[in-house]
Design a protein around this ligand. Sequence first.
Ligand SMILES: Cc1ncc(COP(=O)(O)O)c(C=O)c1O
Length: 353
Amino acid sequence: MAPLSHGVVQAMEEAARLKATPWDFKPADFFSVCEHFRARAAKLAGTDTENLAIVPSVSYALAVAARNLSFQPGQQIVTLANQFPSNIYVWRKLAQERQGTIVTVQRDKESAWTDAVIEAIGEDTGIVALPHCHWADGRVVDLEKVGEKCRAVGAALVLDLTQSLGAMPIDLAKVQPDFAVAACYKWMMGPYGIGLLYVDPRHHGGEPIEYNWINRGGSEDFARLVDYRDDFQPGARRFDMGEKSNPPQLLGASAGIDFLLEFGVEQIARTLLAKTQAIADQAAAIGLSAADPAHRAPHFLSLGLGPEMVEGLPERLAEKQIYVSVRGNSLRVTPHLYNDEADSAALIEALRQ
Ligand SMILES: Cc1ncc(COP(=O)(O)O)c(C=O)c1O
């Protein structure tokens, strides 16, 4: 969970107050709050607003993807070892329903995931479901190379960018995924319960997983909602979640994106790489190893610990107001722009002790 900036908190508070006088929230506002968020999200993701749907979670978005991808009996779904569960369970279910299999890619100890993923994709691959960097170890997948391989074998590419969008640049036009989702509450510095789903134009005619009124054509006219219609709002909007017009979520998430765009994602990535590498260098001096910066995401540092060191460590660090996570035998350290050298020094000193 990223902390919320003052700007995001203020936007959410003001947006929550809109419901105190609902008569001032006009039918057109149900749409404008969504389009405000969609425009901010499109800018961050470097895509067109038409390609984005508003979703509550990664699991919801991936259910949309699973519903709309062709997957034949005997085909495979490629994933990473220890991938985040919301990007696993949906594929296990699909594989079970359609007599397919899951391929779990393992990586070489010292490298990124790319080579192993590319090797795992073949003629039998139906879907490749990946993150941009692993949520536990921060090691990267070169998505442009993977996208190329997917196209060569006719496999669909589905991405969970929750641990990267906002902190790590991505060029969706080059990667060409079928679907890509990011929850807003981590590196997008926004609230919980909202995310964006990129839907490639080739799936814009697809089937949503729920049948919401406002996503239908002509829903702008509240007086005629029971003139039931089969057509949808344009682009990816048919996949928007029900009750999407939720100002605290939408305007809070938009403010989180504005916070990031003030600096730009490339600059954030450069700055966070410098911060994490400075920590890695100091950690090396006290015997803690980290991945080569060429193999890891700029914002994501994973320090190798002995199992004897892990026990109770996050709690002991939290007593010193140092907040990190343990994943397996690694300490996940993810500073952001709000952290300074004194914070890094405090972490290293606490680890040294
Ligand atoms: C990579 C990744 N994807 C997704 C999520 C959240 O999934 P959901 O939105 O389904 O709760 C997390 C949360 O830690 C995550 O790390």
